[in-house]
Write a protein that binds this ligand. Structure first.
Ligand SMILES: Cc1cc2nc3c(=O)[nH]c(=O)nc-3n(C[C@H](O)[C@H](O)[C@H](O)COP(=O)(O)OP(=O)(O)OC[C@H]3O[C@@H](n4cnc5c(N)ncnc54)[C@H](O)[C@@H]3O)c2cc1C
Length: 392
């Protein structure tokens, strides 16, 4: 990248080699154990300035660039530490609160607590009828004196069950077109009237929740952005992390080992040409994905933006993960499917579809590729310009 970032990478690597081993995830850990470990890891990183690399120092961050954050993430991914718990909290929700929050005192109080992992923020955008079409949210906030009263339901909220604070997108004016009648707030998740119900995924993971709002009263000082200007704030939240470095590549080295140690027709599976072909295809895909990643990092380094090829990367990553996971499961045979046998391959295969939904579904990404890369015409928008309460 450049000498300063190379030096930073060396520092990160040395620090991680020294510290990550104290916080490694172990197979069979309970959710509570993992969360406790994640908080410990977060506090360790905070002490060393790695917990919220791009956030301003006064709020507990390290005040460094996006590239520094990418470098640290790339190095952190090499260790099996708990990474997922604080991503939405620190990359989406907290930065939005810090950007739009009205009280600097509160920002200085809550920022460092979230950075250290003492508190966690969740993001309440999606609803039963609003996901890809975010502007369709129905949870409403109605003005009552200086307060707002929130009623409705959010869905798929990651970590709401352990969240202390959350950001929420609500409808404040249904008489105007859908993007123009939304407002954005932050709420204390322990407020009276909030009920969180955890959903259990088929992998056994319990990260997702339904969140119900029954006459939840919050002061206007908890509004982030203009009344009815919430859609732009939501876009800001989603763009906050310009480029997410994620470790969702299939563990090819382990799959090769598995193929060497598994017999097919009395021969090591690695001798089977079809299996070798799948391994080679996965390897080629992973190199392609790596190059797209490098190109995005180079664009940021040159002062630009990663561009829509991020959509291609995410799309291919999901497909590649699924194919490699399927090969590993085939090699494992019945053992791979045994209920409760939580080998990493089974888990990554079962989790692959999630990657194809969260953060933009495959179909929506394909629309992005079609419109922004291939220059095809935009989708038909029959609701354009119509008041939200007049839509069928
Ligand atoms: C693991 C996980 C964590 C999540 N965490 C959060 C969270 O913390 N906070 C939060 O607010 N949300 C969260 N979500 C929700 C996520 O943002 C939505 O699931 C996602 O935006 C898709 O919305 P949806 O589920 O309503 O599906 P829908 O938008 O209803 O889509 C249903 C199907 O229709 C297709 N489709 C939709 N629109 C189009 C179109 N225009 N063209 C072609 N096809 C289309 C989709 O591709 C999909 O196949 C999470 C989801 C997952 C899986």
């Amino acid at each position: 990248m450049n000498p300063e970032l190379d030096q930073y990478r060396e520092e990160c690597r040395a620090w991680l080699n020294e510290n990550a081993r104290h916080c490694l995830l172990q197979d069979g850990m309970t959710l509570d154990e993992e969360i406790a470990l994640a908080r410990k890891w977060q506090a360790l990183k905070a002490d060393a300035g790695y917990a919220a690399i791009t956030l301003p120092c006064e709020y507990g961050g390290a005040g460094k660039s996006e590239l520094h954050k990418i470098v640290f993430s790339e190095e952190e991914m090499q260790h099996r530490v708990p990474r997922q718990y604080f991503i939405i909290s620190l990359s989406n929700a907290l930065p939005t609160f810090l950007h739009y929050g009205q009280s600097n005192e509160l920002k200085c109080e809550l920022g460092p607590k979230a950075v250290r992992g003492e508190q966690l923020w969740c993001q309440m955008f999606s609803e039963p009828g609003a996901g890809s079409d975010l502007a369709a949210v129905r949870t409403k906030a109605e003005k009552d004196g200086d307060d707002w009263i929130i009623n409705g339901q959010k869905l798929w909220t990651s970590w709401a069950q352990i969240a202390d604070w959350g950001v929420i997108l609500t409808r404040t004016d249904p008489t105007v077109p859908k993007h123009k009648g939304l407002s954005y707030f932050f709420v204390n998740m322990k407020s009276p009237g909030i009920e969180v119900r955890t959903l259990k995924r088929f992998t056994g993971d319990q990260d997702l929740n339904e969140v119900f709002f029954n006459d939840v009263r919050i002061p206007d000082s908890q509004r982030l952005g203009e009344v009815n200007g919430g859609f732009m704030v939501a876009i800001h939240t989603l763009m906050m992390e310009r480029y997410a470095v994620s470790s969702v590549n299939a563990p090819l080295d382990e799959i090769i080992e598995l193929a060497k140690n598994t017999k097919v027709g009395g021969e090591p599976a690695i001798h089977d040409s079809a299996i070798r072909e799948t391994i080679a295809d996965t390897f080629i895909e992973q190199q392609g994905l790596r190059n797209i990643h490098r190109r995005a990092v180079q664009a940021i380094s040159d002062g630009g933006s990663p561009g829509p090829e991020g959509a291609i990367r995410k799309l291919l990553m999901g497909e590649s993960l699924l194919r490699a996971g399927k090969l590993a499961m085939d090699l494992l045979g019945a053992e791979g499917l045994r209920a409760g046998s939580y080998n990493r391959f089974a888990k990554s295969w079962l989790n692959a579809p999630v990657l194809r939904i969260a953060g933009g579904t495959d179909e929506v990404l394909k629309n992005t590729v079609a419109e922004r890369i291939l220059g095809l015409p935009q989708e038909m928008r029959p609701d354009k310009g119509k008041a939200f309460n007049e839509l069928p």
